[in-house]
Design a protein around this ligand. Structure first.
Ligand code: GRF
Length: 221
């Protein structure tokens, strides 16, 4: 197999998506290797989890760069380069990025967002989905662009919204789908088997799309 892509995961918190990516990358034929986990929060629980897997960890604390977003991002960029990182996966990384870092990692940085973009950008996505009364909700993995929660979408996973859902029950259902789609998206990007057609990410290998084309209807009966 060709070289596995050296990937860094950026986190700010518990790191359950990070865990899903690490688990996927344990398989020898997975096209990415998780080489580094970086957090902007020194005591993020995900850091300890990553270390348990023997993965290198680093902290770049944004609080050390008051009023200097670019200074923070330069430090982050140097950490990534210092570890020979080729791809970056944001997984619950709670900092808005400036064009400096986004451009430096253009087409090499992906993010997971807990909503079916372009709906519900930003925070509190499950609360807002319930308020709006949508019947399908979900998660999106996308390339990072200069706009928040924007950029070409790589994969989406949808779940039904049930009548008695709370933000917590809905969020749990969405998180399960996040853990399924993020490893698939990283594999697609790391293997390079896609091309960009405008804003559309088109797979250049792989089958099964037609088979998976059954509609998801809610309520179903
Ligand atoms: C996830 O819901 C992700 O979509 C969002 O932040 C949350 C992070 O959760 N960007 P975890 O740290 O991966 O458990």
């Amino acid at each position: 197999m060709s070289q596995r892509k050296k990937t860094a995961i950026l986190i700010s918190g518990r790191g359950s998506n990070m865990g899903a990516l690490i688990a996927a990358a344990l398989k020898p034929d997975y096209p990415a290797e998780i080489a580094l986990v970086v957090s902007n929060v020194p005591d993020a629980p995900g850091l300890a989890r990553a270390a348990e897997f023997g993965i290198a960890t680093a902290v770049v604390d944004h609080k050390a760069y008051p009023g200097d977003r670019e200074g923070f991002e330069r430090a982050l960029d140097e950490t990534l380069k210092g570890h020979g990182i080729e791809l970056v996966a944001l997984a619950g990384f709670m900092r808005l990025l400036t064009p400096f870092l986004v451009n430096a990692w253009s087409n090499r940085m992906i993010n997971i967002h807990p909503a079916l973009l372009p709906s519900f950008k930003g925070l509190a996505t499950h609360e807002r989905a319930l308020e709006e009364g949508v019947k399908l909700h979900g998660a999106t993995v996308h390339f990072v662009s200069a706009e928040m929660d924007d950029g070409p979408m790589i994969i989406q996973g949808a779940v039904p919204v049930l009548d008695d859902d709370t933000p917590q029950t809905l969020g749990k259902r969405v998180l399960e789908v996040e853990h399924q789609i993020y490893p698939k998206a990283l594999a697609l990007v790391a293997s390079g088997s896609y091309r960009l057609k405008g804003q559309q990410v088109v797979r250049t290998s792989g089958t099964g799309e037609r088979e998976a084309a059954a509609p998801l209807i809610n309520p179903a009966d």
